[in-house]
Design a binder for this molecule. Sequence first.
Ligand code: SAH
Ligand code: SF4
Ligand code: F3S
Length: 486
Amino acid sequence: MYNEIDLDKIDITLGPPAKEPARQYYFIARCREWVRDFEQRNGRVPNSCVTTFGCQMNARDSEKLEGVLKQAGFAAEPDERKADFVIFNTCTVRENANQRLYGRLGQLGRSRKRNPDMKIALCGCMMQEAGVLEKLKKSYSFVSLVFGTHNIYKFPELLSACLDSDRMVIDVWEDTDQIVEDIPSERKFSFKSGVNIMTGCNNFCSYCIVPYVRGRERSRRPEDILREIKSLAADGVVEVMLLGQNVNSYGKTLEDPITFAQLLTEIERIDGLERIRFMTSHPKDLSDELIQVMGSSQKICRHLHLPVQSGSTRILERMNRRYTKEQYLELTEKIRRAVPDISLTTDIIVGFPGETEEDFQETLDIVRRVRYDAVFTFQYSKRSGTPAAVMDGQVAPEVVKDRFDRLLSEVQSISAEVCSVHTGSVQEVLVESVNDHDPSLLTGRMSNNLLVHFPGDASLIGKLYSVRLKECRGFYYLGEGGQIIS
Ligand code: SAH
Ligand code: SF4
Ligand code: F3S
């Protein structure tokens, strides 16, 4: 695998090979030369800071950026103002994500005045959006490197070009049909990891920019996914999170099609792996086969994130979600019959164009009926280029805000009740970290995704541990230990 390649054996006086990923190893070796040079000139190694916005896909991509930077010899620096190389991995799902990015970039541009050699790079979803590149060239010309979502595997090559140049290096592709395997990555946790199983999205929900910035849906080959998870498990990883915009349609476009349920069955067999999570599931593609596999699995966690977006069938149709309120409710009942203790979570958009008070009442109704463990609530944000941006009936901001507040108070009181039902029980948690606020406590995650804080020492991190849940504090528990399960 990539991580096992001996970079010192690569002769950088020869030209770069044409084949991937060998070409990228070559450029990592070249970046290493640059780093050595820097060290000689400055008496220290250069440092880098990777800042991530957006979803878990971006978080996983950032681990790849960090992996490349580490192999090239950069030291990690958490404070972007002090770094020699800063990269922002951007998100553009809502308008305020873009505004935040420009704000951060402006600030960094000012601190760059103190370190004019600082290189600033931008990548990710926002770079794929029309108009962004022009704005960067015009108003943020101090940026050194810009690339998009389709060519992230080329980061070593682009990094090398940027380190050797004083001009803005730009490489943004419209789309791609390639998935390059074996890019080095630097995992945040030793015991759990995200694993991409597919990229892109074909659903074109009418409000959503993701299909435009992440391109068409492509599944990785099952053998590549299994190989990656086996090697993670051999390396001590006990929990994986399978990632895709719509994991339920995994495998449909492969040469030898396979279903997501079949993939899960294969992953379940991997020794050493104890927990399997996945996100996100689109309700329209959630099959009976998957429900059955979830019901019989020993490793799939008791948690399903199933975005509903709205409770009104009329609005769901305008959103192009391709299910009705009734179909969604039937689906959740079927899942609860197969997996009675499952925790359900969802995403809801308030104020979609044309949403009336009656439509909003339907959303409140579905929330009361499903009784979610957690709901991620969003105010509709107009994304230009999407069909919803030009729809009639854009809802006034004060109406959106009022509905948002009413929804939030409803979901908060329901989820506090739903979450507290486990009080007094003994649960298995995966111990993730020492508590931020109180170092005598550890934080573990239950199968249903709730967090528990309990006394213990750091040697338990990465272990499965049984904890008694003493007290529910709304969205988390205080617990007492316990014993090691594995
Ligand atoms: N693929 C996932 C969602 C990815 S985006 C899925 O289909 O479930 C995460 C969430 O952001 C979405 O579920 C939606 O609730 C929200 N979202 C997407 N576009 C939005 C927009 N234009 N305005 C407000 N929220 C939006
Ligand atoms: Fe966006 Fe819909 Fe695709 Fe999710 S399924 S990424 S909401 S278009
Ligand atoms: Fe944002 Fe891109 Fe994820 S737009 S939500 S980072 S796929």
